[in-house]
Design a protein around this ligand. Sequence first.
Ligand SMILES: Cc1ncc(COP(=O)(O)O)c(C=O)c1O
Length: 392
Amino acid sequence: MNDERSLATNLIHGRKDAERSLVHPIYQTVAFSVDENEDYTELNEYDAERYFYTRYSNPTIRNVEKKLAALEGGEAALLFSSGMNAITMTLLKLLKSGDTIVASRAVYGSTLHYIEDFLPNYGIQPVILSEDELYRCDEIAPEAKVVFFETPVNPRVDCLSIPQVVAAARRCGALTIIDNTFATPINQTPREFGVDLIIHSVTKYIGGHADVTAGAVITDEDLIVPLYEARKMLGGIPSPQDAFLIDRSLKSLPLRMKLHNENALQLARFFEDEAPVKEVLYPGLESSSQHEVAKQQMKGFGGMLCVDLGSLSAAQTFSESLALLRNVPHLGAAETMVCLPALTSHARFSEEQLVAAGLSPGLVRISVGLEEIDDLIADCRQALQKIANGID
Ligand SMILES: Cc1ncc(COP(=O)(O)O)c(C=O)c1O
């Protein structure tokens, strides 16, 4: 990375390889040879100057890791084979039997499932807290070793105050881990607020084209080394092909996020004036209850929003009447996608549980893509019209 150049420029111009290839090549190899056996003394070192075995490290993968570390303002980064792999391996390595983990209740469903139901099998005690409780987690679980949270939160895009979580965690000496997937490092850099480890589902905006599954952890060198050891042993490194696709995607990440942010704000404003819409949830709207917190920690408000259409049947009519927008349980790609949390991520919730979680059965989550905004509005307008016409 060249410190005198902007981040956007560095994302495009990575390190030059030996052959000066314009695009960083795919080192599609399992292993690298040595000339002298003495070279093997570096075999197990995280920052070895040379490569030995791709399950340990690989130049195509390391090129992406350097860019991700710079993006988040961390000292080092590691790529993993999925977002869940990054989360599960990090927690497994940082915690041991007898430790306590505090986690926000408002995290991605599989993350919560892992922390609540899987970690106790290894003697790790989960303490799951609401937003208000998280800000005073030092009083509730002073023995906590790790505090795990996510903001903006899936699917309601609620924003937790990063400085408040960090302050409470520091009062009990716990490490903080944030899932920064929804915001991306273009819109939010939690290291500025003192968060220790940043995790991404690279599968979403960073990959950005719905064609690669990967995860990442960004932190300090002293924390990366044990995570590197864990990845080497448990085998969670992605393929060089996938790293190549991520490198391609990083070149356009700043540009893509700018358009995701702009399109989402315009679509949110459109929905605000439409009669069948009971509520629009988007932290970029001045009317949003999340706007003040978001403004203090986000540089852009992201591409995710929700609309409450009042009932599950209205949400179904809307999603099934769309001609351009696709009904997909994914987010963060060029294509605009909708999904109904009541039928997907929260399908196991009863109606009462949905209400308790602030999730109206009529909620539609929208991952706003990169299409021309007029086309998105036109499609949403005609689908809303079907609700007004009572067409199921
Ligand atoms: C916020 C968040 N974190 C983590 C994950 C898990 O990522 P992956 O699907 O890459 O394992 C997801 C997946 O949807 C997510 O939305």
